[in-house]
Design a protein around this ligand. Structure first.
Ligand code: GAR
Length: 201
């Protein structure tokens, strides 16, 4: 299945998708970054995947940027759009257009800790557990129907970095798995409800 991956930074989730792409039957048509220095672009190049930079600073409004982004995505006619550390809020027009075929990974056990700095916030809140969520993207920021989560215990000795490392390692397992459910036609979104093998999640 043809997919487009959107990134903003390091791209370690992109790497996990590249590494498992044959197994999960994902044909990565291109990688798009809104940040020109994103290391993920080098990962794409190394893997022989086309990389595009669409710098949001070159656009005067969110609408204009999202329109250009959607035009670029559409040139590839992807069946799935994968946000992998793409740190932009998307407009409702954009998310509506791709509803049901756009997914995101977020480093918290949603609905807890939407937005940024999730690890330090989980520590400050004295949570016992933290983790990662993969969800369908809707116009509600980090609020779309959850597809899968992986839980990590918070240790006494944890700081934000150690916790982030353990969560990221879970991200690298869970995201390819979820994408493979999608590429095999097992994962759907219907009436704001995610289902796997026709069973509501
Ligand atoms: C990951 O932890 C991902 O969950 C997070 O950014 C990081 C990107 O790392 N995404 C978000 O916070 C989105 N709200 P990566 O560039 O190494 O894949």
């Amino acid at each position: 299945m043809k997919g487009v991956i959107l990134i903003s930074g390091n791209g370690s989730n992109l790497q996990s998708l590249i590494d498992s792409s044959v197994e999960i039957k994902l044909d990565i048509a291109c990688v798009i970054s809104n940040v020109s220095s994103a290391f993920g672009l080098q990962r794409a190049k190394q893997a022989g995947i086309i990389g595009h930079v669409l710098d949001n600073n070159q656009f005067s409004s969110r609408d204009e940027f999202d329109l250009k982004l959607s035009e670029l995505i559409d040139t590839y006619s992807p069946e799935i759009i994968i946000l992998a550390g793409f740190m932009r809020i998307l407009t409702p027009d954009f998310t509506k257009k791709y509803l049901g075929k756009i997914i995101n990974i977020h480093p918290s056990l949603l609905p807890k800790f939407q937005g940024l700095h999730t690890h330090v916030r989980a520590l400050n809140a004295k949570e016992k557990k933290h983790g990662v969520s993969v969800h369908f993207v809707t116009e509600e920021l980090d609020g779309g129907p959850i597809i899968a989560q992986s839980v990590v215990d918070i240790l006494e000795s944890d700081d934000a970095d150690s916790l982030a490392r353990r969560v990221l390692s879970e991200e690298h397992k869970i995201y390819p798995k979820v994408v493979s459910w999608y590429t095999h036609g097992r994962l759907k979104l219907h009436n704001n409800q995610a289902s796997l093998d026709n069973t509501p999640i």
